[in-house]
Design a binder for this molecule. Structure first.
Ligand code: SF4
Ligand code: SF4
Length: 206
C-alpha cells in the first residue's frame, strides 16, 4: 500500500527549505537516513546568515574536529559510524541539531530519490523555484569568494578569518539588497500530500 507523505515547501528567499514528514520514520531504519552519507559544506552565504542570526555558531563551526577549510567554504566531515557515517550535527535522539534555516543548502533542499517530489506535475513551480534558488546562491557565493580572493583573503588562514567575518555581512547585504523577482513567485508556505510505495533498509535509495 502506498504511504502518504506530507511535504511542506517554505519560501524564505535564500533560506528556503523543504520539510518531509517521512524523515521522522525514515525507511532506511538506521536513525540517520540520508544524513549518514553526507558531510555539510558551509559557504559564505551560510556564514553571512549565521553572523546575522546566530553569530556564536561561526565560532562553534570552527571549533569542530575534522574540518576541510578551503578559501571560501568549510566542510564538517562526518565520522564513520556503523555501516555509514554520522554528521557532527546529528544525534539519534533528535536528528539534526540545526534549525532548518541554519542548515546549508543541500540540507535545506535535499529530498531522497525514493520520494522524488520533482516528478509530480503539480509541483513543477516549486521545482523551478528551488532550481532558481540554487543557481542564485551559487552565483552569490562565487561573487563573495571572488571579492575576498581579490584582496588576498582566505578562510584557510585563521589569522584572516576575523577580517573576512567583519566584512562579510555588509558585502552580503550589498549583493542581496534587491531581491530577485522569482522570490515572490511562490507563497511563504505550501503543503502537499503525495503517495509512494516504500522499500526499507538499503533498498530505500538515497
Ligand atoms: S532518506 Fe529520505 S526519508 Fe530518510 S531522512 Fe533522508 S529525505 Fe528523509
Ligand atoms: S547538518 Fe543536519 S541535515 Fe545536514 S547532514 Fe548534518 S544532520 Fe543532516
Amino acid at each position: 500500500m502506498a504511504e502518504e507523505i506530507r511535504l511542506v515547501f517554505h519560501n524564505q528567499g535564500l533560506r528556503s527549505y523543504i520539510e518531509v514528514d517521512l524523515c521522522r520514520k525514515c525507511p532506511r531504519q538506521d536513525d540517520k537516513g540520508c544524513c549518514g552519507y553526507y558531510s555539510p559544506v558551509f559557504y559564505l552565504c551560510d556564514f553571512a546568515y549565521m553572523l546575522k542570526n546566530r553569530a556564536d555558531l561561526v565560532d562553534y563551526v570552527f571549533s569542530l574536529p575534522n574540518l576541510t577549510v578551503l578559501d571560501a567554504s568549510v566542510t564538517i566531515n562526518s565520522a564513520p559510524d556503523g555501516a555509514s557515517y554520522r554528521c557532527q550535527f546529528h544525534t539519534s535522539e533528535k536528528g539534526c541539531l540545526l534549525p532548518q534555516q541554519l542548515r546549508e543548502s543541500v540540507c535545506r533542499h535535499f529530498v531522497c530519490p525514493g520520494i522524488a517530489w520533482e516528478k509530480e506535475e503539480g509541483l513543477k513551480d516549486w521545482k523551478l523555484f528551488f532550481e532558481q534558488i540554487g543557481e542564485y546562491e551559487i552565483n552569490l557565493n562565487q561573487r563573495l569568494a571572488d571579492s575576498f580572493s581579490s584582496r588576498g583573503l582566505s578562510l584557510r588562514d585563521f589569522r584572516q578569518r576575523a577580517e573576512i567575518f567583519n566584512e562579510l555581512a555588509a558585502e552580503f547585504d550589498e549583493l542581496t539588497g534587491t531581491a530577485p523577482d522569482f522570490f515572490s513567485t511562490r507563497p511563504l508556505r505550501e503543503e502537499f500530500v503525495i503517495y509512494r510505495e516504500l522499500t526499507f533498509g538499503q533498498d530505500w535509495k538515497l
